[in-house]
Design a protein around this ligand. Structure first.
Ligand SMILES: Nc1ncnc2c1ncn2[C@@H]1O[C@H](COP(=O)(O)OP(=O)(O)O)[C@@H](O)[C@H]1O
Ligand SMILES: [Mg+2]
Length: 253
């Protein structure tokens, strides 16, 4: 099963959610492939414990632009059972470079076809835009996870994202389904945070994960150690929540 983790807003918890849900499922004993499709490469640095892919390492840019195979590009991570196809800044021009390519929306799908047989779970961390790379992820994916930050403007942009999903479904990938909307960075001390959760649930009944991710300082610390928070501090509140969300993801199928 291939999951795209997308929201064109930056800073809503896409990368944090991708690496932690992927790591939870990998720790449970399943092989999981993490695909970093964002030139900022935060997912890449978030699972390599301070190491960097070598200068000759193949990245997602080589996969999308030059037809490198995912099998050649993947590398192990700090989490057992979790492999990574790294990203680099080279991916920044990809969305533009792909425009003239034949079958430009289906390149990631073709690249991941083999991997889906080897990995029960593939997670694609998308860039903060609805560009051609994100469209490639939506075409490759069976399921979509949409992280949404518990803040006042949360709903802004969500309708645009849902429109894009509708277009992708109509034209390119009828099988695409929403796995869930994941409310992130919840602060129970502020009233607005709870109100936003209620409002998103009202707008998208049934689509919002039961589990809400709390705002937690351990999450902000873990990237500097290059580890998902579920390994950095497995018993903190955010780690607990990510284990619960991973269960929901697995159950929703
Ligand atoms: N539950 C959380 N508690 C505290 N900080 C968080 C939490 N989730 C994400 N963050 C922080 O918010 C910032 C944006 O998160 P990130 O996952 O990189 O978002 P995106 O990939 O959507 O841009 C990062 O600095 C991250 O450490
Ligand atoms: Mg990110």
């Amino acid at each position: 099963m291939i999951y795209a983790v997308a929201n064109q807003k930056g800073g809503v918890g896409k990368t944090t959610s991708t690496i932690n849900i992927a790591a939870c499922l990998a720790e449970a004993g399943t092989r999981v492939l993490l695909v970093d499709a964002d030139p900022q490469a935060n997912a890449t640095s978030g699972v390599l414990a301070g190491e960097r892919p070598g200068p000759d390492a193949l990245t997602m840019a080589d996969v999308l632009l030059d037809g490198a195979s995912v099998t050649a590009a993947r590398i192990p991570t700090v989490v057992p059972n979790l492999d990574l196809v790294p990203a680099s800044a080279d991916l920044a021009g990809a969305a533009v470079e792909l425009v003239d390519r034949e079958g430009r929306e289906g390149l990631m799908k073709a690249a991941l076809a083999g991997a889906a047989a080897e990995y029960p779970y593939v997670f694609v961390d998308c860039p903060p835009s609805l560009d051609l790379v994100t469209v490639n992820a939506l075409v490759a994916a069976d399921r979509l996870i949409v992280p949404v930050q518990c803040e006042y403007y949360a709903l802004e942009g969500l309708s645009r994202l849902m429109e894009t999903i509708g277009e992708v479904r109509a034209r390119l990938n009828p099988a695409l389904r929403v796995s869930g909307i994941l409310m992130t960075m919840h602060d129970p001390r502020t009233r607005i945070s709870g109100e936003v959760i209620a409002e998103v649930r009202r707008h998208f009944p049934g689509d919002v994960f039961q589990t809400v991710i709390p705002r937690n300082v351990r999450v902000t610390e873990s990237p500097s150690f290059g580890e998902p928070v579920i390994r950095y501090d497995p018993h903190c509140a955010a780690a607990d929540a990510y284990f619960e969300v991973a269960k929901e993801v697995a159950q929703r199928g």
